[in-house]
Design a protein. Structure first.
Length: 316
C-alpha cells in the first residue's frame, strides 16, 4: 500500500472535493506528482461519489493541462459518500504491478465500481441526462440489436462493412458483453438504456471517432464516451489509471493525461452520437458518415500503437 500519508490525503480529497483541477493539472504537467495524485483524487470523486461533477472537473483539468484559462469550479457540492469498502481493494489494485490482459483489468476496475453509496445510481442517471442530446436519445427506447447479417449485406467501403471487419478480424463480440447476462433491463432508467447503448456502440464509435483498437486509444475512447454522456465506468477507469500513474508509474502520467484530456475535448466538441440511427447509415462510407454527423476523426498526439511498440521492444 502507498504511504499512509498519501492514502489519507487522497481519501480526504475524494470526500471533500477541495482543490482546483486546473491548477493541479498545470502543476502535474510540470512533473509535480503530488498535484497529479490530488487531481486523480478529484477525478475519483467524480467517478465514485458525485457524477454530476464530471463536466466541471474534466473541463477544468483539460484547460489547465493545455494552458487555457479556467474559472474556479466548486467540487465540494453534493452529499454522496465514498464507501469505506472501496479503499482496501482500490489500494491493493494500485499496488499490483503485475501486467494483466485487458479483460482482467476491466473486470477488476468494474469491481471497484460496486463500492458506491445507495443513491449513486440515481445521481449518475440524473447527471447523464444533463448532457446535450441524451434525453432525446433515451426517449427512443430500448436499443434493438445489430446483427452480423445486416452488416454482411453492406457494400465494401461502407461503415457497416468496416464495422463488420473490425468485429471479425479482432474476434470481438458484436456487443462487448451480453446485455441479458448482465441484467441491464433491471437497471433504473436511464442507466438501462445507457449501459446497453455503450455495449452496442463502443466498437462502432472507435471507427466513427477515429480511435484505433490499441491500449492508448482505449484510454482515448473512454474519455470521448465520458464527455458525450458521462459514462460512469469510463469515469472510474480514467480516474483509476491516472491515480495509478501518479502514485506508482509517474513516467506514464504525461502521456495518459495528454490522451485523456485531448480525447475529452474531442468528445465535447463532437455532436451527440448516442441516439444516431446507425442502420440508416450502414451503407455509406465512413468519411461521409462523419461529414453527415459533424464528426472529426481524433488526431492522436503519438502513434496509436505506441504502447504495443514499446512492449515489443521490451520497454513497457
Amino acid at each position: 500500500m502507498p504511504d499512509i500519508a498519501i492514502t489519507q490525503r487522497f481519501e480526504s480529497i475524494v470526500q471533500s472535493g477541495e482543490g482546483d483541477p486546473a491548477l493541479l493539472a498545470r502543476a502535474a504537467k510540470q512533473g509535480d506528482m503530488t498535484a497529479a495524485a490530488d487531481l486523480a483524487a478529484l477525478l475519483t470523486r467524480a467517478g465514485w461519489v458525485e457524477p454530476d461533477l464530471i463536466i466541471d472537473v474534466y473541463d477544468a483539468a483539460a484547460a489547465g493541462w493545455f494552458g487555457d484559462p479556467s474559472p474556479p469550479v466548486d467540487l465540494t457540492r453534493g452529499n454522496g459518500r465514498a464507501s469505506p469498502a472501496l479503499w482496501p481493494e482500490y489500494w491493493a489494485f494500485i499496488d499490483d504491478m503485475v501486467k494483466t490482459d485487458a479483460g482482467t483489468f476491466t473486470l477488476r476496475t468494474a469491481g471497484l465500481g460496486a463500492h458506491v453509496d445507495e443513491g449513486f445510481q440515481a445521481r449518475a442517471g440524473q447527471a447523464s441526462l444533463s448532457y446535450p442530446g441524451v434525453p432525446a436519445a433515451v426517449a427512443q427506447g430500448w436499443p434493438e440489436r445489430f446483427t452480423m447479417d445486416e452488416l454482411a449485406a453492406c457494400p465494401d467501403g461502407s461503415l457497416g462493412n468496416e464495422f463488420r471487419r473490425q468485429i471479425v478480424d479482432n474476434n470481438f463480440d458484436l456487443e462487448v458483453l451480453d446485455r441479458d447476462a448482465l441484467g441491464l433491463r433491471n437497471y433504473p432508467a436511464p442507466l438501462d438504456y445507457l449501459n446497453v447503448r455503450i455495449l452496442q456502440c463502443h466498437d462502432l464509435w472507435h471507427i466513427v471517432g477515429g480511435y484505433h483498437t490499441t491500449a492508448l486509444h482505449e484510454v482515448g475512447i473512454s474519455a470521448f464516451q465520458l464527455s458525450q454522456f458521462g459514462h460512469n465506468y469510463s469515469a472510474q477507469f480514467l480516474a483509476f489509471i491516472i491515480a495509478k500513474a501518479a502514485i506508482r508509474r509517474p513516467e506514464g502520467l504525461a502521456l495518459l493525461m495528454e490522451i485523456t484530456m485531448g480525447a475529452w475535448r474531442h468528445g465535447r466538441g463532437t455532436p451527440q452520437l448516442l441516439g444516431v440511427d446507425w442502420q440508416d447509415v450502414w451503407n455509406e462510407p465512413t468519411d461521409k458518415v462523419r461529414q453527415r454527423l459533424g464528426v472529426s476523426a481524433y488526431v492522436s498526439p503519438v502513434p496509436p500503437d505506441l504502447v504495443e511498440q514499446l512492449e515489443r521492444a521490451g520497454m513497457a
